[in-house]
Ligand binder design. Sequence first.
Ligand SMILES: [Zn+2]
Length: 61
Amino acid sequence: MLRVHCKEIGFTCSFVAVGKTEEAIMWTMIEHLSRDHSVKLEDMTPQIREKIRSSIHVPEI
Ligand SMILES: [Zn+2]
């Protein structure tokens, strides 16, 4: 499973998004940001998406 820690995106938060694919984890994070950090969908800039993408931890097999 892939993981993204919310604090690595710049929030003081212990939320960790877990997902099977990059796309799934992106949506989990976007939902979390809008619900818990009041980030609106229109504020999800390419920069934020890129930050999420670069914070994804790929587990070693
Ligand atoms: Zn968070």
